[in-house]
Each structure stands twice: as structure tokens, then as C-alpha cells.
Design a protein around this ligand. Structure first.
Ligand SMILES: Nc1ncnc2c1ncn2[C@@H]1O[C@H](COP(=O)(O)OP(=O)(O)OP(=O)(O)O)[C@@H](O)[C@H]1O
Ligand SMILES: Nc1nc2c(ncn2[C@@H]2O[C@H](COP(=O)(O)O)[C@@H](O)[C@H]2O)c(=O)[nH]1
Length: 195
């Protein structure tokens, strides 16, 4: 486990796809001035997505190269696409920017928890199945991918009890406010402990 003596925290936003994890996480991150660590993905960007902001969009060949070099702290395959996080990116962000946040599915959240132990705070973001499906349809997700994501909904929801905190996400401003308040407590506690 990679706990070390450092108490900089990793806030992991998880939950079902379409619950609003990215939207909420980016807003909380901007409010609190916390840096995001971005995954590498082999899929093509969707409309509105930007390289280096949503993902590092890379070719399958480069992904394989990173994987062979043992760069990924965790790596998944989903719908023919690969997604992974480079351990060096996490370590560098922690060194340079203090606490960080990430957006991961429950599998990734669990793997990070196993690696970083109690430095990982999992924030489970959820909404009901119908809302989540409608949001993703409105966002223009490919119907086959949407079906795949909805097939994962129940399994994703089952991860909630494992997480340190859970927040429903209907009123975005309210959700962001609640989470920012919660995270501020962690950040302040850490400042006091490190004095
Ligand atoms: N509280 C909210 N009310 C209405 N729409 C929302 C809310 N939160 C997020 N959305 C919208 O829902 C859609 C999905 O949000 P987002 O991409 O943040 O979800 P996600 O959980 O990261 O899922 P995915 O990984 O599939 O993108 C986006 O169009 C976003 O603008
Ligand atoms: N375990 C990991 N999951 C990841 C990573 N990067 C993204 N994701 C999750 O994959 C799905 C699909 O994302 P989409 O952007 O194509 O809709 C979603 O749940 C992401 O949160 C990762 O590095 N590891």
C-alpha cells in the first residue's frame, strides 16, 4: 500500500455513469482549487470533450506501450476502449499540488483505495436510473454504449455502502455545495495535522 507518511488526500468521485460525477467533481475541484488527475483513454473524444481536460486521448498503440512499461496503476477495458491512470501522474500531482481529485468507476475507486488506503476518500454520486439514463441520452451518448452503461447501473449502485460519503445529485448547485463543505473539513483537518 502506498500510504507513506504523506497525508495529502485523493478524493475519488465514483458512482453510476451519468450520475453527474464529472460535472460535480470539476465544479467542486474549481471551488476548492484542487487539481484533477486525468485518465488515459483510447476512445475518440465526444462532442464538447477536450484532450487533456476530460482525458488524455491516446492511440491503442501508445496505450499498449504505457501498459507494457508498467506505467498504469490501474487499467480497464470497456466497450472496446481502454482506460487507465498513470501512477507517475498521481505522484507528481500530489507532490506539486497537494490533495487531488479523480473520477473513476467503482472498480477504479476500489483499486485506488487498496493502493492508497485511508488517504482515499470516495464520494459516491447518484441519481435514480431513469434520470441517469435521460441525462446520458440528452448528452448524445451512442445508444449501444448507453445500453452497456445502463446494464452496469445496479452493480455501480451496490458500491455505495463501501464509500466514505454518498450524495444524490439532482440540484447541481446544492450537490456541489454539500460536497465542497464536506471536503473542506478534510482539507482543514489535514492542515492542522501537518502544522
Ligand atoms: N444535477 C444535474 N442536473 C441536471 N443535469 C446534470 C446534473 N449533473 C450532471 N448533469 C448532466 O448529466 C450529464 C452527465 O453528467 P456527467 O458527464 O458529469 O456524468 P458522469 O457520471 O461523469 O458520466 P459519464 O462518465 O457517462 O460522462 C451531463 O450532460 C451533465 O451536464
Ligand atoms: N477504472 C477506471 N475507470 C475509468 C478510468 N477512466 C474513466 N473511467 C470510467 O470509465 C467509464 C467510461 O467512461 P466514458 O468517459 O467513456 O463514458 C466511466 O465510468 C468512467 O468514469 C480509469 O482510468 N480507470
Amino acid at each position: 500500500m502506498n500510504e507513506g507518511s504523506d497525508r495529502r488526500l485523493l478524493f475519488v468521485f465514483t458512482g453510476p455513469d451519468g450520475s453527474g460525477r464529472k460535472t460535480v467533481a470539476d465544479s467542486v475541484g474549481a471551488t476548492l482549487g484542487i487539481a484533477k488527475v486525468i485518465s488515459y483513454a483510447t476512445r475518440k473524444p465526444r462532442p464538447g470533450e477536450a484532450n487533456g481536460q476530460d482525458y488524455h486521448f491516446i492511440t491503442p498503440e501508445l496505450y499498449e506501450q504505457f501498459e507494457r512499461a508498467g506505467d498504469f496503476i490501474e487499467s480497464i477495458r470497456m466497450n472496446e476502449s481502454r482506460y487507465g491512470l498513470r501512477g507517475a501522474d498521481i505522484e507528481q500531482s500530489l507532490r506539486e499540488g497537494g490533495s487531488i481529485y479523480l473520477v473513476l468507476n467503482p472498480e477504479g475507486a476500489q483499486l485506488l483505495k487498496e493502493q492508497y488506503g485511508d488517504r482515499v476518500i470516495r464520494l459516491f454520486i447518484y441519481a435514480d436510473r431513469r434520470t441517469v439514463e435521460q441525462r446520458q441520452r440528452d448528452a448524445g451518448i451512442d445508444p449501444a454504449i448507453l445500453q452497456f452503461k445502463m446494464d452496469q447501473y445496479a452493480a455501480a449502485i451496490a458500491y455505495q455502502p463501501s464509500c466514505e460519503h454518498a450524495f444524490e445529485n439532482y440540484d447541481l448547485a446544492h450537490t456541489v455545495f454539500e460536497i465542497a463543505n464536506t471536503l473542506e473539513h478534510y482539507l482543514q483537518r489535514n492542515l492542522v495535522e501537518r502544522d
